[in-house]
Design a protein around this ligand. Sequence first.
Ligand code: SF4
Length: 469
Amino acid sequence: MPRMNPGTRTDTTASSPKIGFVSLGCPKALTDSELILTQLRAEGYDTSKTYAGADLVIVNTCGFIDDAVKESLDTIGEALAANGKVIVTGCLGARAAEGGGNLVREMHPSVLAVTGPHATQEVMDAVHLHVPKPHDPFIDLVPAPATDIGVKLTPRHYAYLKISEGCNHRCTFCIIPSMRGGLVSRPIGDVLGEAQRLFESGVKELLVISQDTSAYGVDVKYRTGFFDGKPVKTRMFDLCAKLGELAAAHGAWVRLHYVYPYPHVDEVLPLMAEGLVLPYLDVPLQHSHPDVLKRMKRPASGERNLERIQRWREACPEIVIRSTFIAGFPGETEDEFEHLLDFMRAAEIDRAGCFAYSPVNGAVANELPGALPTAVREERRARFMEVAEALSTAKLARRVGATMQVLIDSAPALGRRGGAGRSYADAPEIDGVVQLLPPDKASKVLKVGEFTRARIVGTQGHDLVAQPI
Ligand code: SF4
């Protein structure tokens, strides 16, 4: 069964209706899954780890690239075959088929309901219709405690904090705005309240996510909200400063994802230099050449990205920059591609991923002239990755001999057999890890969710090898 998530409820009775849940896709989809699972739990539903044991299955889908669409459609088919009662939610649920109808309904007409992303209430309405809500006088009458952080699908020591939904940009290769709609920023008081509860519950690393973190608050004109009785603006800098304060009080990390290189992002660098926010920026640049960026209609495409990154490095020399790129975008010339490789070397991007351009059904870029043969796109991707890997290897090698703070992700037998963790330079799932050797001292133990200092003794591929001290 693909990634069937068990949820965490333990206090329902044996007769509670059981819901199976499959969560596919990115961290933003994961937070939608957490909201639905939290609501199911609050209403007294139980979760099932198997299709067969469930009264109904919810599949949260991804529709971003063709492989993700296929995985989602296959999973829906599998759930239908094994269980028969399936509700579909998520990005793919909002996708139209070529003829204009709903893609999921056309491929799987027997699904019970289909919703788009961030549709907790619609999903719950569909659940109520097909598997009536269990009546539990205690659950129905007692409100959730203020400290309840809901169901989390990440390990206990890190959590994603979604600050907004949707996106106001119209990148030509992307269909997210048509699936998730325009930017809607969450009220700053709600976001900070959630962060505080997460830190209080033991979260040691908060990963800020959205489609465009730098655009936070644009839709509400940076409205002033309230947190802890004090005014705070709905604005990226104010959010980061406050999150940094909360994190410092709990000895935790804040990591920023999906930040575009707008001038106002410079304001956040001092927070990194002061240690309030991790000196790590996930900046999905996609390309460097101004003409390609224009064809892509990328946010901040008019900015001088190389100069900006160099200034960031001056303001905070330890900053790590992660980015993603597309090779072989329609019309990309060999010169434009070379420009990208030169940019990579000059900007010394620490962590880079690269996709060979692949047309996404419904994206405007499909109509652009100059589509490149698959072999050229793949060959450019491979050349890009060679440069990226050489940069990453050189950067990792420079860390040998240094001492770093490592957040422990796994530590079998309290670290007696070593373990694995991450430094500020490694986001979970997408970057490398720090492989921890067994501690020298018998008295030193490693525990998941705690920090240890570690001396870097070597490298292995994208990972560092370190001795806990
Ligand atoms: S910024 Fe561009 S790529 Fe990202 S979600 Fe918005 S439209 Fe899509």
